[in-house]
Design a protein around this ligand. Structure first.
Ligand SMILES: [Zn+2]
Length: 388
């Protein structure tokens, strides 16, 4: 890879600057010769009133903006590193936002001529890199974008850039997508940082036993994203059909892809599920609200998902030994409920693995999970008392 240090002024770079408000990205500069956001680049994320303002402050104070890298692509140039900074300056100069100078809100056009010249005449140090696509991408992985390193999915987007990623980003990395709010009730993260896309890819890739890397390698040149879309939509629609309530905050960020794979073949009564969600969310014994959804999907077989405290195995053994010794002397069952009953189990001595620990005073009523509040019951009696 060949690199050459060039010098441009801000004014030269911004000649013919175009910012696409809808897609939220800077597009062109250098009088049309420069592509500011090639498809492997991340979206513009500096428009937060802090990082973009800091770029302009730096220029006004005469601080350098740091190195910028362009990729030579035939007769055009692409920004390899520096897109956020260039787009910030371009947006300011074209009147897209204001900054405070000496306590007053100022747009570019309200600055003094001297201040405007200070910005436009700032020299930028730019390395123009000429290499193969693979060289550029390998190198792109090793550089750190000023202040905000690329996250995992942003890197993958760069490495596997192509028609598939372009279309996938248009769907899942676009905050203006009409479905985004619904998706974000179930999926954590920022679409601009590619986190919705990452989840969508993870779900479909995992369903085929693949990593996101491997999936993208297979589909890189695909002209459509139908499979990705269909799978993602199926998962989201399935969650909404089983849990008909407006999504709880705790539903956000659950592993819905895995849960869909495990349970979408099971039929559920949405109204019964709804009633149980309400009961469990109101139950003080349930420490993990996040676990409720998977617990119900699994048929209420894994109470550990609810983070209800369990008895210590040592306490269970001690209680078992004490009850059993007493029961043998009295000639009755070591399950106190069987001993009370009149049936054939009245004098039955259970083995420890035929019994379960039960709270004498229910956990939900403030009973402690300690030896003093522990009775061993036979499994059927323990079950019939329910999970209280
Ligand atoms: Zn019993």
């Amino acid at each position: 890879m060949k690199t050459e240090l060039k010098h441009y002024t801000v004014e030269e770079i911004l000649k013919g600057f175009v910012y696409n408000e809808l897609e939220g990205k800077g597009l062109f500069g250098l009088d049309g010769k420069l592509v500011i956001q090639p498809e492997y680049q991340r979206n513009y994320i500096y428009n937060d009133g802090k990082r973009d303002v800091a770029v302009i402050d730096s220029l006004l104070k005469g601080y350098p903006l740091g190195l910028i890298y362009f990729n030579v692509e035939g007769s055009t140039l692409e920004v390899l590193d520096g897109q956020q900074r260039i787009t910030s300056v371009g947006r300011f100069v074209t009147g897209k936002f204001a900054i405070k100078v000496d306590g007053r809100e100022q747009t570019f056009s309200s600055l003094t001529k001297d201040q405007q010249r200070t910005i436009l005449d700032t020299p930028l140090d730019i390395y123009e890199c000429d290499g193969t696509e693979d060289e550029i991408k390998a190198w792109f992985q090793t550089i750190n974008i000023a202040g905000v390193p690329l996250n995992k999915q942003e890197l993958l987007n760069a490495i596997y850039s192509g028609p598939f990623i372009t279309r996938a980003k248009a769907e899942y990395s676009n905050s203006n997508n009409a479905n985004m709010q619904k998706w974000q009730s179930y999926v954590n993260g920022d679409p601009k940082r590619q986190q919705i896309l990452e989840e969508a890819l993870d779900w479909v890739a995992s369903s085929q036993g693949l990593s996101i890397d491997a999936y993208l390698a297979q589909h890189r040149l695909d002209q459509d994203i139908a499979q990705l879309k269909t799978y993602f939509t199926s998962v989201i629609d399935w969650v909404g059909s089983v849990f008909i309530r407006p999504p709880d905050r705790e539903m956000r960020g659950l592993e819905w892809g895995r849960l869909y794979e495990a349970h979408h073949g099971t039929s559920y009564s949405a109204t019964k599920i709804e009633a149980r969600v309400n009961e469990l969310r109101a139950d003080p014994a349930v420490h993990s609200s996040k676990g409720i959804y998977e617990y119900l999907l699994g048929g209420e077989n894994q109470p550990q998902l609810l983070d209800i405290r369990l008895f210590d195995p040592k306490d269970k053994r001690i209680a078992y030994e004490q009850q059993t010794t007493k029961a043998k002397v009295a000639g009755e069952s070591n399950c106190p409920l069987c001993a009370l009953g009149g049936d054939t189990n009245k004098a039955r001595i259970y083995k420890q693995d035929e019994m379960d620990a039960d709270h004498v005073t229910a956990w939900s009523k403030g009973g402690s999970t300690s030896l003093s509040n522990l009775t061993m019951l036979c499994v059927p009696h323990n079950r019939s008392k329910g999970n209280r």
